[in-house]
Design a protein around this ligand. Structure first.
Ligand SMILES: Cc1cc2nc3c(=O)[nH]c(=O)nc-3n(C[C@H](O)[C@H](O)[C@H](O)COP(=O)(O)OP(=O)(O)OC[C@H]3O[C@@H](n4cnc5c(N)ncnc54)[C@H](O)[C@@H]3O)c2cc1C
Length: 524
């Protein structure tokens, strides 16, 4: 028992100034995105953790903002990880670590696709209903469709039969292997594989393969050939197992409740308006952080929830950036950001029976286009939780990939004009699904990649790292430990990548790795 290694409790007032924060901590976490799961998990085991968030509220890309009675999700709205069984329900589990729970609304359809050549179909929560709909469109591929999606289930069943912790911790790996040898071998087999190769083993029809590309692109922002099979196993199966569930009160509630639980522990603390300027290094070891206001805080371990670029190009002094980062920068590149349109609309705008989440594309060659002519993502969360909008109104969140470079070096007037023109193009395309939408808009807020960079504190507003070339599945994705001793990374720049449930996995794994390194009896 080494619990005496952690610092003794000293509750921090919620309104304390940065300069008055206690100076010594077990762990400092930079950022309160979903990566704050690490803080929650370590707190639950008795470690004293300080979360430093530069913004006013927690959540980062899973945060929210309010306008004229509407509560808008800034990013994510299609939420995995709220199931009530298995081990992959990591958001449910993360909240439970700090005694929190969120009521959710089950979504009967994950996505309604509106794709080129009239390919129109829904991914139902019910697996067989989804397969039947797809097979009806591609009857000659019935066997291939089942073969492909069943392979995704094989991956998922392996993951869902083991506790998802740090793959960098040998004792855990040995324990998991001996309790689930078949699952582990199954995962090892899929770890280096990408979806495209698996899909082509089962499916020949080019139109169906394009659909599989979109099935990947809509969450990995790369086509099937670059999408790791492990991630696809989670997404393609969990939507039918734990399902897609929307948190009551909006997605922002997830991070808010995590932060509440961290505070209520009386042990750890979340400090807002606390922007970290740099990671402090002594004797080639990360020992704390310095905030932009000059406050210096020390910790036995430092965790960065910022993107890999923000961490190693801004926070870690250049002389301490490990050479291995050069290799990472060659393997991965930044994905585009998004142009995000947040609309408050009159209820009569919506056709009866419309689903919550939609993907639109009118030309396969534009799958990855970033000028408004490419893939459009739509969420209408008020169909599940009407409390997010004034009575008789709905939220329509529409976004499409966009590069920050396209919004750079513009005069304020040019910037506004470009933003408005791209928003109009996207809204007019959406009118194929929601006719005359423009007539019913009451509130409109448009965010560009620059907005994402500013408010989400993400390098160029990027959605996250994507492979710069075909890699061996997830094998190249970095885990939580970095080559700078004492510094860890958590979040969507680490294994297994983007998405709230994936980041929660990274959060648990990071906590587990730190617990092992601090020699705390936390996860054995
Ligand atoms: C438009 C959009 C739609 C999406 N849709 C979905 C979806 O439907 N489903 C889904 O699962 N995922 C979705 N995602 C992806 C998902 O939101 C992200 O992968 C996930 O939220 C990333 O979490 P994170 O904790 O890694 O990082 P972030 O959310 O980026 O959190 C990092 C935090 O660190 C803080 N920070 C950074 N630097 C500093 C510093 N120097 N000092 C102090 N604080 C700092 C930031 O302010 C931020 O709060 C979407 C993302 C976007 C942008």
């Amino acid at each position: 028992m080494h619990i005496s290694a952690v610092l003794t409790p000293e509750k921090v007032a919620t309104d304390v100034k940065n300069s008055d924060l206690p100076k010594e901590w077990d762990v400092i976490v930079i950022g309160s995105g979903i990566g704050a799961v690490t803080a929650a998990s370590l707190t639950s085991k008795g470690a004293r953790v300080l979360v430093l968030e530069s913004y006013l509220i927690p959540g980062g890309s899973s945060g929210f903002f309010e306008r004229d009675g509407y509560t808008f999700d800034v990013g994510a709205s299609m939420i995995f990880g709220f199931g009530d069984k298995g081990t992959t329900n990591l958001l449910t589990r993360a909240l439970a670590t700090v005694g929190q729970k969120i009521e959710t609304f089950a979504d009967p359809v994950q996505i309604h696709y509106h794709l080129p050549d009239g390919l129109d179909l829904k991914v139902h929560r019910d697996y067989e209903a989804f397969l039947q709909e797809l097979i009806q469109i591609f009857p000659d591929e019935a066997q291939g469709i089942r073969g492909f999606y069943n392979e995704a289930w094989s991956v998922f069943n392996c993951l869902n039969s083991m506790e998802l912790l740090s793959l960098e911790e040998l004792r855990y790996l040995i324990r998991v292997f001996f309790s689930n040898p078949m699952s582990c071998l199954g995962l090892v087999k899929y770890l280096p594989q990408n979806v495209g190769d698996v899909a082509r083993r089962h499916i020949k029809n080019p139109a169906l393969l394009k659909f599989i590309d979109m099935e990947c692109y809509c969450w990995s922002v790369v086509p099937a050939d670059l999408t790791p099979m492990i991630n696809a196993g989670m997404v393609f199966s969990d939507r039918h197992y734990g399902g897609i569930n929307y948190p009551k009160g909006g997605v922002g509630q997830i991070s808010q409740k995590l932060a509440d639980g961290i505070e209520e522990s009386g042990l750890s603390h979340v400090q807002y308006r606390a922007r970290v300027k740099r990671v402090l290094v002594e004797g080639r070891r990360a020992v704390g952080v310095e905030l932009v206001d000059g406050t210096v805080l020390n910790a036995k371990r430092v965790v960065s929830n910022a993107t890999r670029w923000d961490t190693f190009e801004k926070l870690v002094p250049e002389e301490y950036v490990p050479p291995s980062e050069q290799g990472w920068r060659k393997r991965y590149t930044k994905s585009p950001s998004f142009l995000s349109i947040h609309l408050g609309v009159e209820a009569q705008a919506l056709p009866p029976g419309i689903e919550c989440h939609h993907i639109l594309l009118s030309d396969w060659t534009k799958l990855e286009s970033c000028d408004g002519s490419g893939t459009i993502f739509v969420s209408i969360p008020t169909l599940l939780d009407p409390s997010l909008a004034p009575p008789g109104h709905h939220i329509v969140h529409v976004f499409t990939p966009s590069w920050i470079e396209d919004f750079s070096n513009l005069s304020p007037k040019e910037y506004q004009e470009k933003k408005e023109a791209m928003a109009q193009l996207v809204i007019s395309r959406l009118e194929e699904v929601i006719p005359n939408l423009s007539k019913y808009i009451k509130v409109k807020e448009v965010g560009t990649p620059r907005t994402h960079r500013r408010f989400l504190n993400r390098f160029d507003g990027t959605y996250g790292p994507i492979p710069s070339k075909k890699l061996l599945g997830l094998l190249s994705m970095p885990f939580n430990k970095t080559s700078l001793p004492g510094l860890y990374c958590v979040g969507d720049s680490t294994f297994p990548g983007q998405g709230l449930n994936a980041v929660a996995f990274s959060g648990f794994a990071c906590a587990h790795r730190i617990a092992a390194d601090l020699n705390l009896p936390l996860f054995t």
